[in-house]
Design a protein around this ligand. Structure first.
Ligand code: FUL
Length: 472
């Protein structure tokens, strides 16, 4: 009997422990794969490319769309060379023009002169992505300034059919982008979107697609169009009572997430390589350069988010030379910066013994709200280099398949046992790129405050970046 009770207690204890470890929403397999995408392109293309507008009115004549040299293979090649892992295209923007010959609209490529009405941008791009091993995603604007049914209940049927049509005809769709914008349609009315029905439709026709909107269900907007994630960036969000668009949570909440949010909905950073989303010739000399793109990379991917970089093709239907040059410079900077991990031959030690903590000069109390010297929630490890090295960047990764539980971290740099700098931060998430003024070090210590006392760091590396690239 005693044995029975003891084993019951033991099992119960393990069960309790497992419960404790898992008291947090977890990412799905598709979301985990999404986190590994890091960087991909956004393509804004349509009548606005030809009218120099950002928001078309929906009454533009279809013939205006005539990209005589359209070459989606050029887009995909450039994306691939830039190290982007996918492309998301505006299949339909707010003007309602469909880049494929949709059955549910009279405002499409079919009604245009382009390829005598036989062209299909989605077909060309989805094939080009496949050939280049890139994921393919679509932006389908619910706001439609052309569709005669917009502003009536029937438009929700139109929107559902439109999604079904795209998902049935262009291979597997990795990400679907829902823009929350909701303005007036051609008859002056606004639409009441049936988001629940839209969600159910996608879950039924393509359960593996990750769906983006201000509030997910799978990926959230980061709260700005500058491509910048919060320095604190939780992959959790509370969505109860919120909808995409005007009903979304405040932008600062979207930027940082909710520390104790009930769903795993990570942020995606969307930003354009030019001032506008669509191509405008007068912005040819305003393309962000490699250094600026690298800075955005640090502020998006380096804060545990993904970077969705818009590169709008021009009126020829090609990515402009200036944009592709900037993308190549960006690629080169990433390659040069992160190809040589300076910890390849270093040794790391987890410190689990209180003695070891007390012997050194680090004040753990700053990490421990309860005020005790050593908290169960604090974990630390020491990285020892074989010889002194110059470093100005340390990259930490959290094992997010187990959740996101690290609340803050401190890195203490040592040169021959002398502390030479301390850098503090909050969340880590999938990746945290920490930069600081260049320093010669022989070791460094990482001190973590984890919500559950876990030690779920899954990676640490260090680099020496070109000083001009270090985050300002
Ligand atoms: C916004 C749209 O109104 C812009 O035109 C652009 O498509 C951007 C990515 O999303 O809501």
């Amino acid at each position: 009997m005693k044995v029975l009770i003891t084993s019951f207690l033991l099992v119960f204890n393990i069960f309790l422990h497992a419960q404790q470890m898992n008291r947090t929403p977890l990412p799905t397999r598709q979301q985990l794969a999404w986190h590994e995408m890091e960087f991909y392109l956004f393509i804004h293309f349509g009548p606005n490319t030809f009218t120099d507008k950002e928001w078309g009115h929906g009454d533009e004549p279809e013939d205006i769309f005539n990209p005589a040299q359209l070459d989606c293979r050029q887009w995909a090649r450039i994306a691939k060379q830039a190290g982007a892992k996918g492309i998301i295209i505006t299949a339909k923007h707010h003007d309602g023009f469909c880049l494929w010959p949709s059955k549910y609209s009279r405002h499409t490529v079919r009604e245009s002169k382009w390829k005598n009405g036989k062209g299909d941008v989605l077909k060309e791009l989805s094939q080009a992505c496949k050939e280049n091993g890139l994921k393919f995603g679509v932006y389908i604007s619910p706001w439609d300034r052309n569709h005669p049914k917009y502003g009536t209940a029937e438009y929700n049927d139109v929107y559902v059919n439109t999604m079904k049509e795209i998902f049935a005809n262009y291979g597997s769709i990795w990400e679907l982008w829902w823009d929350g914008a909701n303005g007036e349609g051609p008859n002056g009315k606004k639409q009441v979107y049936d988001w629940d029905r839209f969600k159910k439709t996608i879950r039924t026709i393509s359960p593996r697609t990750v769906v983006f909107s201000d509030v997910g269900p799978n990926i959230r907007w980061v709260g700005n169009e500058k491509g910048i994630a919060g320095k604190t960036n939780w992959n959790y969000l509370d969505t109860m009572g919120f909808t995409p668009g005007l009903g979304a949570p405040p932008t600062d909440t979207l930027n940082t997430g909710n520390a104790f949010g009930k769903a795993w909905i990570p942020a995606e950073c969307d930003v354009s390589i030019r001032p506008g989303w669509f191509y405008h010739a007068n912005e040819d000399d305003k393309v962000k350069n490699g250094d600026q793109l690298f800075d955005l990379y640090l502020k998006s991917v380096g804060r545990g988010s993904n970077l969705l970089l818009n590169v709008p093709p021009d009126r020829r239907g090609l990515i402009h030379e200036n944009d592709s040059a900037a993308l190549m410079a960006f690629k080169k900077l990433r390659q040069e910066s992160f190809s040589k991990n300076l910890l390849g031959d270093a040794k790391a030690y987890w410190e689990i013994n209180e003695e070891a903590f007390l012997k050194d000069s680090i004040d753990y109390r700053t990490l421990d709200k309860k005020g005790s010297v050593y908290s169960i929630n604090t974990q630390s490890f020491l990285v020892q280099l074989p010889n002194p090295r110059q470093v100005n960047c340390i990259v930490l990764r959290e094992a997010i398949h187990l959740g996101q539980t690290i609340e803050n971290f401190k890195i203490v740099l040592f040169n021959n046992n002398l502390s030479v700098n301390e850098i503090s931060g909050t969340t880590i998430g999938r990746k945290r790129i920490v930069t600081f003024p260049v320093q010669t070090i022989t070791s460094f210590k990482v001190i973590l405050k984890d919500r559950f006392g876990n030690d779920n760091v899954s990676g640490v590396s260090a680099y020496l970046l070109d000083e001009k690239l270090v985050e300002k």
